[in-house]
Design a protein around this ligand. Structure first.
Ligand SMILES: [Zn+2]
Length: 334
């Protein structure tokens, strides 16, 4: 009898612990205030610029990619974001020697919002801004792949900076990482994890966005979705936070099809988050799936679903906001 009582007490304790952990810890109204600074108009304006012919398909090491890097740097400066490298240096250069033969040196573009309570704990938000350039007279604008993720990062960065300006900045630090050379084999992220700006062990999580502006065939009838990949692979808590935040703020259909073990497309291994996961840093990969314009010159800005892009960007923002402001650092338990 005594044992039963003790067991009951232990069970109750465990259940209440879990219930406590399964709550959003940051005030919803503050998060919403800054999420609402992420607007369809700004996402659209920036996407039309980056995916325009003037950027020549943003091929790694080529003039179009350099122009995109400058655009990102200017956008960060205009929004008041600092660089974590040096006051006016937003570029992390990847030497030619690190890249496959024939590709010129290129650069990741970085911006930073310092945490108020745990500045050494870093949450990385990433998207690659390079694409596959031109073939003959065809320009591969890469509107979905991955101008969509790139403009999402800019808007999220601006939202965090606005919060910081108003004294409501995140407890943990946010690193905004615009990666190059993804299309050549994830070289931008490979270089970053080999040459991190902060010790790798201080990286709490990586939320990586690669294609969030379109709808794939499987969701034509019900487009309010996004594929999540990796969320439960290293941290149970990360998966829980992601689910809770979505229920509270967005209610998108989170599709885990591509997260399944032995999934034949192997998307978990195919974008930049994988270089973080390899280093035991919990990741979520946000992805709309492939579509008829994937890696074609027809992946253009007019085909983006901007309403959906806005909702998905807000999902990533809210997830980052919660991770950055929770009382304790995300636990890696797998
Ligand atoms: Zn991509």
């Amino acid at each position: 009898m005594k044992n039963t009582l003790l067991l009951c007490c232990i069970c109750f304790f465990l259940v209440s612990c879990t219930a406590y952990k399964n709550k959003i810890e940051t005030p919803s109204n503050t998060a919403l205030k800054y999420a609402n600074t992420i607007t369809l108009e700004e996402l659209k304006e920036n996407l039309y610029i980056l995916a325009s012919d003037a950027y020549e398909g943003r091929d790694t090491g080529e003039p179009g990619q350099k122009k995109a890097a400058q655009f990102l740097k200017t956008a960060y400066i205009e929004s008041g974001l600092a660089s974590p490298i040096a006051p006016t240096d937003y570029f992390q250069t990847i030497p030619k020697s690190f890249l496959p033969a024939g590709i010129k040196a290129s650069e990741n573009v970085l911006a930073f919002v310092q945490g108020s309570e745990f500045p050494d704990e870093i949450i990385v938000l990433s998207a690659h801004y390079d694409h596959i350039g031109t073939k003959g007279d065809r320009i591969f604008n890469g509107a979905d792949d991955d101008a969509s993720g790139t403009v999402a990062i800019l808007e999220i960065a601006e939202a965090f900076q606005l919060a910081a300006n108003a004294g409501q900045g995140p407890k943990r630090s946010l690193l905004f990482l615009n990666l190059t050379a993804e299309e050549k084999g994830l070289y931008g992220s490979k270089w970053y994890v080999k040459n991190p700006i902060f010790p790798l062990k201080n990286h709490v999580a990586n939320l990586n966005i690669d294609m969030i502006g379109r709808v794939d065939d499987a969701h034509k009838q019900n487009p309010n979705y996004i594929y999540l990949i990796g969320s439960d692979k290293l941290s149970t808590e990360l998966h829980q936070v992601s689910e809770m935040v979505n229920k509270e703020f967005l209610n998108l259909n989170l599709d885990y099809t591509f997260n399944a073990k032995n999934e034949p497309n192997r998307f978990y291994y195919r974008s930049d988050h994988y270089n973080f996961a390899k280093n035991n840093i919990p990741v979520i990969f946000y992805f709309n799936g492939v579509h008829e314009d994937y890696h074609k010159a027809s992946d253009t800005a007019d085909k983006i679903n901007y309403e959906l892009l806005t909702q998905r960007t807000k999902l990533v923002f809210h997830t980052a906001w919660e991770i950055a402001n929770r009382k304790t650092r995300l636990v890696v338990d797998k």
